[in-house]
Design a protein around this ligand. Structure first.
Ligand code: AMP
Ligand code: ZN
Length: 496
């Protein structure tokens, strides 16, 4: 990107210190990021996808700042129990049993559904063999031998064996739970006790298969047949793919309480140090929905596909996420999504207008005073994203640039393109027509609507207003709004 004199340093909120810190990479010029990924036993809900929009925005910002990015996102296809602690069943074994399918089929199906959402939300990466490639997607079951080696390396000093498995003794590492700040209460109170555990916060590194039961996913280990504990995979894959220590570890705020403190404990045990494994730990806050539709157990839940079926372009949801700071809770509502869609349409309309103006402009010759002024706006944008990814402010800077009539359209578009490398709204490609609301349950096709509108135009030209009004009413009854004078012409009405 353009090297402006006032290029600000990137400052990020580190959950470990609860402070804003300047990003200083472990390897100069590089950024290595690990994001806890989906457990593929069901479709991701839109709250889960907020976590990846956040991780993607972080990755895009690091690239924008000139760092060579390596971004790993794991796919959990083993070990995640139904209650995040050490009681309950493996989520994938349970889903496979309920659906009478092989666990591998279940994992493949939901991994592909996740990647479809990733693609729809423009989470970065070219598609390669059907999956998005910007990030490196690591599959937990590909790393089981390494997990066993890791467990063997820490077993003597940090673990103890029970009938149900090998457990990590959290009292063997310094300041366990520092990340969660639960200094013995809060987070730990959520952990169900397992018979024989020395401390409620101790967790399974290896879960032995229950006697007499055969699981679909089982591996031999020094502690008998079984499967790895969920927390192990992230310590193993982050070290294998990013080295130790690496730069940034991300996840949803719930992971700050159990999963990440446990990863840190493992990392400390493995490295015989107090190093947490990542320099900065970042957590996105939750997307909340009051009526409980976000719960995967509640039948129909809020999947991205549901938004698409109701006619919303998925990037409206991305914009909705960017309108809130990642550390703030975001409340989902259909009205809010509708407003985000309208905002996106306005942005796209401004880009389309600037493109038309650009055609009439002479080709650029050096920076004009107006462009210099616009770079100041770029500075505002950059300051916003460098201030712990303040995307709400960055969006405003983008809108300011787009509406600055004094700045040549060529310069405006150039800046918008750079800004969009961070925001990922695909402003270079989407058109207002792409953003047209497209509800699945419509009775008319777009071609039929266009045909009615043509007839209406003819009726109006012939001053046959009765027919024209009748056709308009016909469209209204089918849920179509006719927008006379708007270049888009028509759109489906949004139901609240
Ligand atoms: P899971 O597939 O349940 O392991 O979750 C995947 C990611 O989504 C994790 O980083 C979670 O912390 C995050 N997450 C879960 N629920 C929400 C939510 N409602 N809002 C934002 N992030 C969430
Ligand atoms: Zn993880």
């Amino acid at each position: 990107m353009t090297d402006t004199p006032a290029s600000p340093p990137l400052r990020l909120f580190n959950s470990l210190t609860r402070r804003l810190e300047t990003f200083e990479p472990v390897h100069p010029g590089e950024a290595r990021v690990y994001s806890c990924g989906p457990t593929v036993y069901n479709y991701p809900h839109i709250g889960n996808m907020r976590a990846y929009v956040f991780a993607d925005t972080l990755g895009r910002t690091l690239s924008f700042k000139g760092y060579k990015l390596t971004h790993v996102i794991n796919i959990t296809d083993v070990g995640h129990l139904t209650d995040d602690a050490d009681a309950g069943e493996d989520k994938l074994e349970k889903a496979a049993a309920e659906k009478a399918q092989s666990i591998w089929d279940i994992a493949r199906h939901y991994t592909e559904a996740y990647w479809a959402d990733v693609k729809a939300l423009n989470i970065r990466g070219p598609m390669k063999a059907g999956k998005p490639e910007a990030a490196h997607w690591s599959i937990a079951t590909d790393y089981v031998p390494q997990m066993i080696e890791f467990a063997k390396a820490i077993a003597d000093k940090h673990c103890y064996e029970l009938d149900s498995g090998l457990y990590f003794d959290t009292s063997t590492v310094a300041d366990y739970g520092r990340l969660a700040r639960h200094a013995t209460d809060e987070g730990e109170s959520r952990i169900d006790p397992v018979d024989g555990k020395r401390h409620p916060a101790d967790f399974a590194i290896w879960r032995k298969a229950p006697p007499g039961e055969t699981r679909q996913m089982e591996w031999d280990s020094p502690w008998g047949k079984g499967a790895p504990g969920w927390h192990l995979e992230c310590s193993v894959m982050s070290e294998a793919l990013l080295g130790f220590p690496f730069d940034i570890h991300t996840g949803g705020i719930d992971h700050r309480e159990i999963h990440h403190p446990n990863e840190i404990a493992q990392n400390q045990a493995r490295s015989c140090s107090t190093d947490s494994g990542a320099r900065i730990w970042m957590h996105n806050n939750f997307l909340v929905e009051r009526s409980g539709k976000m719960s995967k157990s509640a039948g129909e839940f809020l999947r991205l596909q549901l938004l698409i079926d109701k006619g919303y372009h998925p990037l409206a949801y991305r914009l909705m996420c960017l309108q809130a700071h990642y550390r703030s809770e975001l409340e989902f509502s259909w009205e809010g999504l509708g407003a985000a869609l309208t905002r996106l349409k306005r942005l796209v309309a401004l880009v389309e207008k600037a493109r038309i103006l650009r055609m009439a402009e002479p080709s650029e010759q050096g920076a004009t005073p107006e462009e210099v002024f616009s770079y100041i706006q770029m500075g505002e944008f950059e300051s916003a994203v460098c201030d712990d990814l303040n995307t709400p402010k960055a969006l405003t800077a983008l809108e300011t640039i787009l509406s600055l009539k004094k700045v040549p359209a060529t310069a405006r578009l150039m800046l918008v393109e750079q800004m969009d490398t961070v925001l990922g709204l695909n402003l270079r490609e989407i058109t207002r027509t792409d953003l047209r609301i497209r509800p699945k349950a419509t009775t008319l096709s777009e071609e039929e609507i266009e045909a009615i509108l043509t007839r209406r135009k003819e009726a109006r030209a012939a001053k046959d207003f009765a027919t024209s009004d009748k056709l308009r009413d016909e469209l209204i009854a089918a849920g179509v709004e006719v927008m006379d004078g708007d270049p888009l012409g028509w759109d489906w009405r949004l139901e609240a």
